[in-house]
Design a protein around this ligand. Sequence first.
Ligand code: HEC
Length: 139
Amino acid sequence: MKKIMTLLTSLIIIGTTSIAFATSPGDDPAAAKYPEGAKIYAAKCVACHQVTGMGIPNAFPPLKGSDYLMADKKRAVEQVLNGSHEEMVVNGVTYNMPMPFQVDTHQDAVHVINYVLNAWGNNGGSITLEDVKDIEKVR
Ligand code: HEC
C-alpha cells in the first residue's frame, strides 16, 4: 500500500511539473513577450480554448490558426471585454454558443489578445490600448 501511495505521489509530481514546464515562458515565446496576457489566458481562457489553443470541436472555437481572430484584432478585444453572442464561422466550422465577458478592463483585454495573437505559432501582430479606447464596455 505504501508503495502504491509513493508511486501515486510521484506520478502527481511528474504530472504537475510537466504542466508547469509546458507553460513556462522559456517554452513559449508569446508568454515571454506578453507575460500578463499569458497569465490571463491560463486563468480565464484555458478551460474552453484549451492549453493548445485548439478549443473543443463544435463547442469552443480554436484560437490557434483562427482565420476569424486574424481577420479583426479589435473585434477580438471587444469579445473578451463584452462577451460574444453571435453565430460565427471559424476555419469553416460554425459556432453559436455564447461566450460570457472575460476581463474587466481594456488593458487586460489587450494583454490577453496580444498573447493569443502570437501563441501556438500564431503570427497575428499586436494591438494597442490606443486602438481600442473607443470600445464601449457593455455590462
Ligand atoms: C466558457 C467558455 C469560454 C471561455 C472561458 C472563453 N471563451 Fe472565447 N469563445 C467561447 C465561445 C463559445 C466562443 C464563440 C462565441 C460566439 O459564437 O459568439 C468564443 C469565441 C472566442 C473568440 C472569437 C473566435 C475565434 O476562435 O477566433 C476569441 C478571440 C475568444 N473567444 C477569445 C477568448 C479569450 C482570449 C478568452 C479568455 C480571456 C476566452 N475566449 C474565454 C468560449 C469561451
